[in-house]
Design a protein around this ligand. Structure first.
Ligand SMILES: [Zn+2]
Length: 298
């Protein structure tokens, strides 16, 4: 499943093909993906210029000259193929394998700059929607959504505010999209490891009794941003390396420090710990029991 850094990489890859260009023709090959396409989907796009391409959590947002926003979500297996100036590339395709293109090409955008952008999704868990810009914050996709982890809102203070009084395990609180949006399992494991926080420690332990952020809360905010930015940068390096568009395992997957490393030695210098796995809310958590002691949340 594409995680936030991959979606950001896709955004960066689509930007030069889409921003400033008009949709000259939109081909929609089926009535639905995960959800039905919005009414008159192609008509509402054709003739409109893409003014900006943004991202909120794992959603791509194309601002149109009509005042509507085209919302695109990649689901489990969605990806874009960009053909421009005779070359074809697939931004963000760097950590899962895929089959051939064609059968699952569901939407094709032809743009006034000559680019064509194809949305391919074998499992069809992705979707597209059109929402007026003025209603974006209150629409069903974003109304309940928490803060953006790569934005300036994330700080020790916001973590303390969001987590104060909560007994839920840290791991679960960090995965709760209503608190912080778009943080997936891999990056939560990595961030907790780098901060030296136990995944089962209560979320509320990152705030003092008076609700102030602990030292670890400040560290965690910084580490979350680092982990995500590093993955975006790694995705960016794959973008430049066209050899990897064949779906081979990408560069950044090799840089995980705990994720999927159960039984392997901890990478912290001098640490004699072994990475362990536990299951929280049905999902695997990887951590080093030596570096991530339950008691150290101050
Ligand atoms: Zn360790």
């Amino acid at each position: 499943m594409p995680e936030l850094p991959e979606v950001e990489t896709v955004r960066r890859g689509l930007e030069p093909a889409m921003v400033g260009a008009r949709f000259t023709r939109v081909v929609q090959r089926r009535p639905d993906l995960r959800f039905p396409f919005p009414k008159a989907f192609t008509e509402r796009l054709e003739g409109q210029e893409v003014r900006a391409l943004g991202r909120r959590a794992k959603y791509l947002l194309a601002d149109l000259s009509s005042g509507e926003v085209l919302i695109m979500h990649l689901g489990m297996s969605g990806r874009f193929l960009v053909t421009q100036g005779g070359a074809t590339r697939m931004p963000g395709e760097f950590h899962h394998e895929h089959g051939g293109l064609g059968a699952h090409d569901h939407v094709v955008f032809q743009l006034s700059n000559g680019a064509s952008v194809t949305y391919n999704d074998a499992r069809r868990f992705g979707f597209m929607d059109l929402v007026p810009r003025s209603e974006i914050e209150t629409c069903k996709h974003f109304a309940e959504m928490g803060i953006e982890p790569l934005g300036n809102e994330l700080s020790g203070e916001t973590i303390a505010n969001l987590f104060a009084g909560k007994r839920t395990p840290l791991k679960a609180a960090l995965l709760d999209q209503r608190l912080i949006a778009g943080l997936g399992n891999i990056y939560v494991c990595e961030a907790l490891f780098r901060t030296g926080l136990h995944p089962e420690a209560p979320a509320g332990s990152l705030a003092t009794k008076s609700g102030e952020p602990t030292e670890k809360a400040h560290q965690l905010a910084e580490v979350i941003r680092d982990v995500l930015s590093e993955a975006v940068e790694a995705g960016g390096s794959t973008l430049r390396d066209h050899a990897q568009v064949d779906g081979s395992l990408g560069y950044f997957q090799h840089s995980f420090r705990v994720y999927d490393r159960e039984g392997e030695p901890c990478v912290t210098p001098e640490c004699t710990g072994t990475v362990e796995r536990l299951v929280q809310s049905g999902r695997s958590t990887f951590y080093c029991p030596v570096c991530q002691k339950r008691s150290r949340t101050r």
